[in-house]
Design a protein around this ligand. Sequence first.
Ligand code: DGY
Length: 317
Amino acid sequence: MKKILITRKLIKDSEDKAQKIFEVKLNSNDELYSQAKLIELTQGCDGILTSLTEKMDADAINKLPKSIKIISNFAVGFGNIDLEAAKKRGIAVTNTPEVLSDATAEIGILLILGACRRASEGIDAARLSNWKWSADYLIGKQLTRSRLGILGMGRIGQKIAKIAKSLGMIIHYHNRSKLSADKEQGAIYHDSLKSLFSVSDVLSICCPATKETVNLINKQTIEYFPTGAVITNVARGDIVDDEALIDALNRRKIYAAGLDVYKNEPNLNPGYLKIKSAFILPHLGSATKDTRIAMANLAIDNIDEFFNTGNCKNIVN
Ligand code: DGY
């Protein structure tokens, strides 16, 4: 029986499933392991089921025992793992695509609604009972007839586009390449960031974090947007230069921001705390029971498939 380390506590059904297939080291207290502890715990293991909270950089990967053949990440994103370093060590890295697209797209829509309709300010006022209705109280931005720019029209981007279209938004997108008509569903393709941003009343960031997309929203690219645009991010914090966004929010170049992810999670850049129009969530994209079970099951199946066949359809390196 192969032996695996599961670095974070999973929902019980998923841990039970893993225990039927493998000899498993669980993390019952859901402790956040230091790199040193994680490496120590992998001794004698054949694989690791990691979460986005484990930073598997080249240093950590090079210290793993030779017996480790797979790192199965419990996420669709894999920015926490140095893919090249893993490849050099002959370690396969897998992710959990598709199963979280619906839940993450729902949060993507919540960010758009929350930022455009001033949900943070509204919630604060309601809790304090210190508000008075008036014709111009907490006026926000209407989604119907606004232009939504989608940066990264993969599965999550396409689902957000579908829901946003039903809300009356006009969809534009930028991708490395233009999609087929059935995937585009009438969305308008832009071959450059500048072209997309210049027509985005609202932006939804849905692309992966890669070397190319780090700080893609920055001092220069923010100027491409119409004044008063809204920027939302359901992908990864690394894509946004927070200082540049905070500055743009302060000078009202950008009207509001909706973020489910941000750099250096869970430590939010304090600059956001003073901005009332920032609608910020603690990385809830995939946080529904059905989705977390489906993700964990897929992460477990990825390891099983890999050890049974020597390959796996969800290898990303
Ligand atoms: C993912 O899978 O990348 C999500 O961000 C995890 O919640």
